[in-house]
Each structure stands twice: as structure tokens, then as C-alpha cells.
Design a protein around this ligand. Sequence first.
Ligand SMILES: CC(=O)[C@@H](O)[C@H](O)COP(=O)(O)O
Ligand SMILES: NCC(=O)COP(=O)(O)O
Length: 241
Amino acid sequence: MIELGVNIDHVATLRQQRLTTYPDPILAAVRAEEAGADLITLHLREDRRHIQDADVWKMRKAIRTRMNLECAITEEMLNIACEVKPEDVCLVPEKRNELTTEGGLDVITHYEAVQAAVKKLQNHGIRVSLFIDACTEQIEAAQRAGATVIELHTGAYADAASPDSAAKELDRIRVGAAHGVALGLRVNAGHGLHYQNVQAVAAIPGIAELNIGHAIVAQAVFDGWEKAVRDMKALIRTAAA
Ligand SMILES: CC(=O)[C@@H](O)[C@H](O)COP(=O)(O)O
Ligand SMILES: NCC(=O)COP(=O)(O)O
């Protein structure tokens, strides 16, 4: 059964836009678990545009499933992760001026830094995932760097300009997932997935977990948070069956 990681970043985006105390991402995480989320994903960005440090600590205590903390490879972030000790850390690339995470981590170019970060986190008992593009060389470099998990960036598939290019991107994810599984890696996927495009990814053999946030927060405006989570989970379950 594919697991659903509910990303609560954009609950915090709404709060930070006015610096209010609502909506509370911790409450969103707890209610997401009640609605069937298998884990909670959150991204502590260096610029703190959505999730704040205090959210991470409160979340650690509040959730009953597991925490997947996304962060960049910086000394500050790695120290926070080692203190918080989430079950999973997903190392992601960050650019100051990007609207969202634009692509996967370039493990080949930053090999030494990635390898050292993986080792440091694993020494603190944390499972480490690398958020990468579905590219054979990056997948192999991720495994060599010591990661046991990869998350394939599905943004290019989600943003594809035509059905043809979406099909090509989907195929890259399929090939990447098979390659990751053959190398003994746990293969997760996510970014830009929504209610219309998720099932094609969920049907790919070997995918263990999908991390989805923005679309669930958006759908909750119309349907309510729990229903938005439940419906996403149902779509994934039926596609994977
Ligand atoms: C790394 C990633 O894909 C998620 O963290 C998600 O996209 C939400 O965060 P941003 O929109 O800040 O990238
Ligand atoms: N790692 C991807 C993620 O957590 C969710 O991304 P999105 O659904 O908010 O685009």
C-alpha cells in the first residue's frame, strides 16, 4: 500500500501571510493523521517563509505517525534536524528567489556535501532521503552517497505543457522508480501532485510513498481539510490496487 505524506507547509504559508496564529499547521497535521495520513511532511526553509522553527518542535510532540522533515544541506539545518530527530529527513535543494522547489538535488555536483550530510543524520538515527530528479546518474549517486531513500521530483510531470510531454515525464519517473528499487532503495515521489494527476504516479510499480501538500490545502478550501486528505488517500489507494 502506498503511503500518503501530507505536507502541511502551505497551511503555514496562509498563517505567515498575515502573521496570525491561524491556521495552525500542528492542528492540520493531527487532523490529517485522523483522516488517514501515514506521515506528516514539512519543509523548514532557510528563509522561514512558511514553517517556523517552533512548528517543527511542536509537530515533533504532537504527531502520532512519523515526521518527514525537508531541509537544505546547511550547517544550521543539519543541526536542527539532529536535535529534533524526525524519523525521516529529506534533503532538498533551495534557491532564495524560487516560488517553490524547482528541481531535484544535484547529488553529483555536491557529492561530498551530500555524503557528509547523509552520514551525520544517519549517525543520529535518522533515515535519509534525497529529493532528486528521475535521472539514472542522480539515483546512482544518491545510493553511493549512502541514502537508503530517494524522493523523485514529480514537478516536471505536473507542470508539463502537453499530454505528450506529461507522458514522457511519467515514463522517466517509471524508469527511475524501477532503477531505484533495483538498487535496493525505497522510492518515494512528490511535488505538484493533485487530484487529477496523482493516479498515474500512484500506479507506478515500486513507489512507496507520495508527499502531497499544496493541492490538498487548496482543495480543503472547498471540501474541508479532512475530506481533502481522505479523498487524496482514496485516489492513491484505487490507483495502486
Ligand atoms: C520540497 C518540496 O517539494 C516541498 O517542500 C513542497 O514543495 C512545499 O514547499 P515549497 O513550496 O516551499 O517548495
Ligand atoms: N516533497 C514534495 C512535497 O512534500 C509536497 O509538494 P507539493 O504537493 O506541495 O507540491
